[in-house]
Design a protein around this ligand. Sequence first.
Ligand code: BES
Ligand code: ZN
Length: 628
Amino acid sequence: MARAKFTVSSSQVALESQENVDGEQATVVVTDDNVKGCWLSTWEMLLIAGMAAVLVTASGLVVGLTVPDCGEAPSPPPTKHDGWRTPDTVTPLHYAIELKPYLDPADMDPEDFYFTGNVNITVRCDKETNRIYLHTRRLEVSAIQVYSANDDTAAAVPEFVTSSYDAEREFLMVDLRSKLNVGATYYLYMEFTGKLVKDPNAMNGIYLSSYTSANGTEMWHMASQLESTSARRVFPCFDEPSFSPTYEAVIWRKKHHIALYNTPLLSSSASGEWMIDRFGVTLPMPTYLNAFVVCDFSMIETETMHGTQVRAFSQPGRIDQAQYSLQATKDILEFFEHHYRILYPMDKSDLVAVPDKGGAMENWGLVLYREGIMLYDTEKDSVSQHKSRATVIGHEIAHQWFGNLVTCHWWTHIWLNEGFASFLEWQGADKIEPEWKLWEQFVVDNLQSVMRLDSVPSARALVVPDDVINTPSEISSMFDSITYDKGGAVCRMMEYIMGTDSFNNGLTLFLERHSYGTATTSDLWDALQEQSLLDGSSADMLDGQHIQTIMNTWTLQNGYPVITVTRDYVNGGATVSQQRFLRDSSPTRHLTRNYNQSYELALEWVTADRDSWTSPERLWMHGDAEGE
Ligand code: BES
Ligand code: ZN
């Protein structure tokens, strides 16, 4: 391994940090190569540093520096998606992450809490390039090294020249003197620092949280929330869900704390007043599923029938209230393992009640919940709070398969995570609380609430064109009721039109085929179609149509129809027509296809002489496919 041929150092050269126009912390790292290639004298470096400061101040953006006459011109910027996505030149294979959070009030004022860290990313070069694009946000990157992972000859080592930062696109651009070789692997090492802030409106990345102990002391801890684009706030990374690398982590903590990561603790060693916890390697997963917690919480534990360790953590005084959620997690994990015939593949499943968190997050092996959701206060909680406890746990556990085992390839397919979890949360919760008849409430809670939103022309389609969702705020906008509730309702309809067994078998096929990787909506159709042909009865139920032909009319265009049935009492028949149901008029947006606002429908009915819904008549009503 040819390590440290060229390094950057923050002391040697300029490290500029400046608030940009958005008030975001932006960083310029100007670097030097004192081993090979272009050597800069001190005054040259000072000049460049001065220029950088001027450029930063003048533009409000961080502008990178190119060292004159050294190395090749940088490879052209990514053109895909208006430059918002990383170019397909390198693929991340593995991340080794190390974090050291300073959150001990004995050391500093909580206002000043911060973390330092480093990451060593193994990347494979897929296309020749001398520029690597990574995401970072609000991190001060203070050192960058690139070295070959393949051999130790100096020639194989691409020389690091400089880096720059695009604050709008949140890209750190690392420029190399020579091009990376296609097929070769490299290590990309970076050191960084970030702030630890307690801000209820910004609980993204690593954030601070606290509770008040029995003796009135404010007890500090940190937790993380990385979905959808906040992994880049914790460590520089290729922060897009299409990549499925593995990760390992080392977390430093003080002795009164514990540290938690997605994987089990491998070893702990002491270093002065610090403990260094080393965690195992994850399964392949997207950046947004990483989770880090440092806290002083208590723990209770159990085990699933297949030997997965399940542990619940909460502030010490409330750990008894975690019993319900611990048991629910175990039961629902076992239910989905049985339902999809795929075992939960991680060694452990932790759940943590975080006092200041909003909502819940399905981090693989380390699910985080707002304290009020996870902890059951039998004295104070309302029936509806208790109901949502069961469904939220059902939701996050469903994600361990839909989202974690198989991740949406891009955010335009996020319904494959959130729509399915919204559908399956009811099944999971129903398993632990059958007498609540949760399934009957799905229609009112999810279906009817989103029908209201979907009845205006401006509603978006469930799956929008790939190129309209690029920026972090566009990505956030995908986590709406169309994704969650319409996505869930569409799943329910598919179960109905394909038949329960075939639908479930098709989902198992989908999960098996795309395990530890990503999938698009078309991948789902392929698996369901294959399964429906295998189960002839399902193909009959679909009347020989491809499931994709049917479902495109529901996923690629907005809305839903109102069906008008006109009885002919003289001749004993009826005429049925469909029309999109609209309660308002406003411009339509984000349709991948417009099928003339008509839908492929399975109409089922019973007649007075056969009034049993167990064997209804079924007729397919075809949409008007002129829009094709
Ligand atoms: N994956 C989401 C959390 C999330 C939401 C991340 C939006 C990024 C953007 C999680 O599974 C989720 O949906 N949480 C919900 C609760 C759920 C039961 C509806 C939440 O946090 O509100
Ligand atoms: Zn979810």
